[in-house]
Structures are given as C-alpha cells and as structure tokens.
Design a protein around this ligand. Structure first.
Ligand code: FAD
Ligand code: NAP
Ligand code: NAG
Length: 490
C-alpha cells in the first residue's frame, strides 16, 4: 500500500515538473509555466476541429475537452441521419485528436452547472466555447404545444438516440405529416418517415425508432416553405435522394413553379442545378420506367411553397393535432433576399403530425458569459468573444445554426488561429502557470461529478458496435445516460 502511495505521489510530482508537450514531438521546456493550457467546451465538430488545429500548430499547447454527455461527437452522433454513414467518418479524425498525448476528454461534465465558465477561466489560459445549438426556433403559433407537434430537433434526437429525447415516442398513427421548413434537416426527417424499413434496419437508427416506424401509418409527407422554389434551403444531393427514394413518388403543385424557369438565367450554378432538378421533378412527364416506379409507389412526398404556419388545428376534443392553417404568401424581391409577404388568404391542410424544422438555436449556459439573445449567438470577432479576454467561441455557437461539417471545420480553424495569434502577440498572457484539469477535477470531485474519459467512451463504443453486429447494424446505441455511465465504469 505504501509502495503504491509513493509511486502515485512520485508519478504526480514528476508529472508536474516534467515539461509539457513531452509526449508530442519537438521542443519541450523545463518549466511548468511555459505550457499553455486551453479548455474546450463541447465535443462536436467545432470542439474537435479547434483542438486539432491548436495541437498541430504548437508543440506545447495542452487541450482539455469537456462534454456534457458521457459520449463524444455532438451532432455527428445525434444529428447526422442514420442512412448517411459516410458523413460519420470524421469520427476517425476526431478520435486521433482525442488520443493525442496533449489532448484529454472529460465527458459527463455539464459546463454552466457542474463547473462555471469563470472557474474554467481560472484554471486555463484560454477557454473556447463550442457547445453548439441545443435549442430550436419556435413557430410562435397557437397550438404549437398540441400532441402531434414536434420540433425536428427532438424528432431527430429521438431516432438518433439522444438521451433527452428518449421519451418522445412520436405518434405516427396518422396518414399525412407536414414538415415546416425546407432545409436539409427537413429532408432528413422526410426521408426517415418514408424510407423502406429494409434500408433503415441496416443503419444505426435506434431500435425503438425502428419499431415505431414499422408501425407508422404515415403515407404522405408535405414539406412546406414560406418562400418559393428558388429559395429552398436544402442541397441537391439531399433533394436527389428524395426524388429517388424507393417506394415513394413526388407530388408538387404546378402553379408554384410559374416563372421559375425564366428566372433561372442569372442565378449561381449550384442554385441553378438544384432548381432544375426541382422543375424536372415537378413538371416533366416521367419516362416509362419512372412512370412504372411511381405507379407502384405507395407513399407520397411533395414540396408546398409560399405558405407560413399560422395555427395548429386541434381535433374537436382538442386532444391532438388535426391539421394546420397556412397563410398564403407572395414574394417581394427575388433571389436569396426575397421576402415572404402575407396575401391575407389562408388555407387549411389536414394532418395528424407536424414537425417544425425551421432551425436550431444556441442557448446561454452561464449568465456570466456574454450572449446575444437576439441573434442567439455569442458576440465575437473571428472567434474572440467580445468583452471577455481569454474567452473564444467556435462552431454553431459562433456562427448560428447553419453550415455543414466542413463549414464548421473552417470556422473552428479560424478561431484556433485567433487564439494562437493572441498567444504570440501577448494579448493572451500564457506566462503564469495554470493548474488546468487538476483544479477542475478536484472541483468536480467535491461536487460529486465523475468525468468519463476517452477510454471509458471506447468501452461504450465497443459494446455498441458488438450489439450492432448481432443484428446487422453498424451500431446499436445505448439510450440513457445511466446505461452509458454503467458501461463506462464497468
Ligand atoms: C439534424 C442534423 C443533421 C446534420 N447532418 C449533416 C450532414 O449530413 N452532413 C454535414 O456535413 N453536416 C450535417 N449537419 C451539420 C453539422 O452537424 C454541424 O455543422 C456541426 O455539428 C456543428 O458543430 P458544433 O460542434 O458547433 O455543434 P454540435 O455538433 O452540436 O456539438 C456541440 C457539443 O457540445 C455539447 N454541449 C452542449 N452543452 C454543453 C455544456 N453545457 N457543457 C458541455 N458540453 C456541452 C453537446 O453535447 C455537443 O456534443 C447536420 C445538422 C443537424 C442538426
Ligand atoms: N445532408 C447534409 O449535408 C445536412 C443534413 C442536415 C443538416 N445539414 C446542415 O445543417 C444546417 C441546418 O439545417 P436546417 O435545415 O436546420 O436549417 P436551414 O438550412 O437554415 O433551413 C431552415 C428552413 O427553415 C425555414 N424557416 C426559418 N425560419 C422560419 C420561420 N419563422 N417560418 C417558416 N420557415 C422558416 C427556412 O426558410 P427561409 O429560407 O425562408 O428562412 C428554411 O427553409 C444547414 O446548413 C444544413 O445544410 C446538412
Ligand atoms: C473551407 O475553406 C477552404 C479553404 O479556405 C475552402 O476552399 C472551402 O470551400 C471551405 N469550405 C466550406 C464548406 O466553407
């Protein structure tokens, strides 16, 4: 016992005088004070890409990533659609970063509750907030809270195994579903609602979601936008997947496309190609093979344009959703900047399921940190949080909830560059020694919070993949924080 205690002490004493960055290659300084310690909050793409850039750019920087959940990767695990496995390959790069000798992962730490940002700033030279956008924009219409109305954020979280959405159990017993918003998330949701089970059951979609979808009676999905065909927010690859989705046929309203082909001349190429695919799908007479395919399709999807929700209509008992009232819009202006203006006309559509997919939204996690609640982002210049020296932000918290993983990567690299610039210029003073994770760990221990390490996560990962193997899926996710912690600590 004494021997163990001694070697433990010696280990820790050594750790504190051994130069930082020794595990990495290159220069090492024989002083603890010269080792810049950076803390990152959130382990989605923004957190990992910021960490990656910092570690690569300087041989002495140490990075600790704190994550609220016991599992890493943010929306790559809980957002990206289960039938898009190739998108999740970024996890390989993130894993390399997490396993780097100058990077540590602390899961199961809720920043703002378990530890404050101020405490993190005391322990580290710099703190990068990259905790994403965990809220959602609301439609702000009567009936929004009726049973049968869900946010896309919750619906996606449910089929992807986000612990907080486990109890959603959406009611799929109706025939028509209306999705509000025409971005890629809306298309993800439409695809999951309409995909043949044979496709879904080979993905990492959760078992409860698979079972609910097997019982689903949804036959028709309308994807409703407030503006026109030239303003859809989805991209061509995702639209093409809808057009080719087995067992489904498109059904559009011809009148919505008036004047669209004439307006195509002057638009940038990606928008042009996207609109051409929409026009072709909506207006062209299908060839024999496609005609046959559509004839055999039991399910229907379609875009509806120039419509804004004004009210969710209830059944006579007011117990659940029976329809949606849509205001008819016209466009003022053209192109991306066109604005929807009410015409005064309304239209009711019967449906038992409404999913609002009009965007995610960042939330403040700590009252002491600046937050622009109007724009729902952290006020910043190239990642430097305004009026908060030593505090940085990246990802959706910095830019708002748009952009693919590559966009998030770029903006996270930009933030890392700002931070490195500030270290070099002296704007960020890294000369005083900082205790880093040692201090935070003891705070957490006092508060009864036990972090999950990256190797703990690897136990969860390997259990999930083994469970997946057993049923022909790449992974069968654990669905609750309790289960995750149990496996992590086994
Ligand atoms: C449904 C959906 C599908 C998508 N599909 C694709 C796709 O197919 N391809 C593509 O390129 N892009 C896709 N995207 C976009 C992509 O997911 C984002 O660009 C990216 O995830 C944003 O990264 P982020 O790190 O800012 O946020 P997130 O990925 O949300 O990561 C934030 C992390 O912070 C953690 N966190 C939150 N609060 C705290 C706290 N208080 N303390 C500690 N940690 C906290 C969260 O748990 C999370 O792990 C999709 C987005 C959505 C919403
Ligand atoms: N496969 C992929 O690559 C993939 C998958 C999922 C998500 N993502 C990315 O993740 C990001 C977020 O996706 P997202 O779909 O949530 O957001 P998004 O692309 O911004 O789309 C939001 C949609 O909601 C509409 N909307 C917003 N506010 C509204 C309101 N008040 N009333 C009615 N409609 C409203 C928008 O219409 P207006 O244009 O009129 O505002 C738009 O159609 C995007 O960059 C997306 O590309 C990528
Ligand atoms: C990311 O940045 C690179 C280099 O500046 C650029 O070529 C690329 O288009 C950017 N990608 C996105 C999605 O913004």
């Amino acid at each position: 016992k004494t021997y163990f205690l001694c070697s433990y002490l010696i280990f820790h004493v050594l750790q504190s005088i051994v130069p930082c960055g020794l595990g990495g290659s290159g220069k090492a300084f024989l002083s603890t004070s010269s080792c810049p310690k950076v803390c990152i909050v959130g382990s989605g793409p923004a957190g990992f890409y910021t960490a990656q850039h910092l570690i690569k750019a300087r041989q002495d920087v140490e990075v600790d990533i704190y994550e609220r959940l016991p599992v890493p990767f943010g929306l790559v695990r809980f957002g990206v659609a289960p039938d898009h496995p190739e998108v999740k390959n970024v996890i390989n790069t993130f894993t390399q970063t997490a396993k780097h000798s100058r990077c540590s992962f602390y899961g199961n730490v809720n920043v703002g509750k378990d530890v404050t940002v101020d405490e993190l700033q005391g322990a580290y030279h710099a703190v990068v907030l990259s905790y994403g956008a965990e809220g959602n924009r609301r439609m702000g219409v009567p009936g929004e809270d009726l049973p049968g109305v869900y946010s896309a954020k919750d619906f996606v979280g449910w089929y992807n195994g986000l612990p907080s959405c486990r109890e959603l159990k959406p009611d799929l017993s109706c025939e028509t579903a209306v999705i509000l918003g025409q971005g890629n998330v809306a298309l993800d949701v439409a695809r999951i609602l309409l995909s043949p089970l044979d496709i879904l059951k080979k993905t990492d979609i959760t078992q409860p979601a698979l079972e609910a979808l097997a019982e689903s009676r949804v036959q028709k999905v309308l994807i409703v936008g407030r503006r026109g065909p030239m303003q859809v927010a989805c991209t061509i690859k995702e639209l093409r997947e809808m057009v080719n989705l087995p067992g489904t046929r498109p059904e559009m309203v011809t009148a919505d496309f008036e004047g669209v082909s004439e307006a195509l001349k002057d638009v940038p190429r990606p928008r042009k190609r996207l609109t051409e695919l929409l026009l072709k799908t909506a207006l062209d007479a299908p060839g024999d093979k496609e005609l046959e395919r559509r004839r055999n399709a039991a399910k229907v999807w379609g875009f509806r344009f120039y419509r804004s929700p004004t009210e969710i209509l209830a059944d006579p008992g007011r117990s659940r959703t029976a329809g949606i009232r849509l205001a008819v819009n016209r466009l003022e202006g053209s192109g991306d900047a066109a604005r929807a203006v009410l015409t005064g006309e309304v239209e009711d559509v019967s449906c038992g399921l409404v999913i609002s997919s009009i965007g995610y939204k960042s939330l403040p996690i700590d009252p002491a940190v600046p937050f622009d609640s109007h724009r729902a982002v952290m006020p910043n210049s190239v990642g430097r949080v305004h009026q908060a020296p030593g505090l940085y932000c990246s990802g959706w918290l910095k830019t708002g909830p748009t952009g693919v993983i590559a966009t998030t990567m770029n903006n996270s690299f930009d933030t890392a560059r700002s931070l490195l610039e500030d270290m070099d210029s002296g704007a960020l003073d890294v000369s005083p020694a900082k205790p880093g994770s040692q201090e935070v760990s003891s705070l957490l221990e006092k508060r009864g919070v036990r972090p999950v390490t990256f190797s703990d996560w690897e136990k969860i990962d390997s259990l999930e993949t083994r469970r997946g193997d057993a049923c022909g899926k790449p992974r069968e996710k654990l669905l609750s924080v309790e289960e995750m912690l149990k496996v992590a600590r086994a």
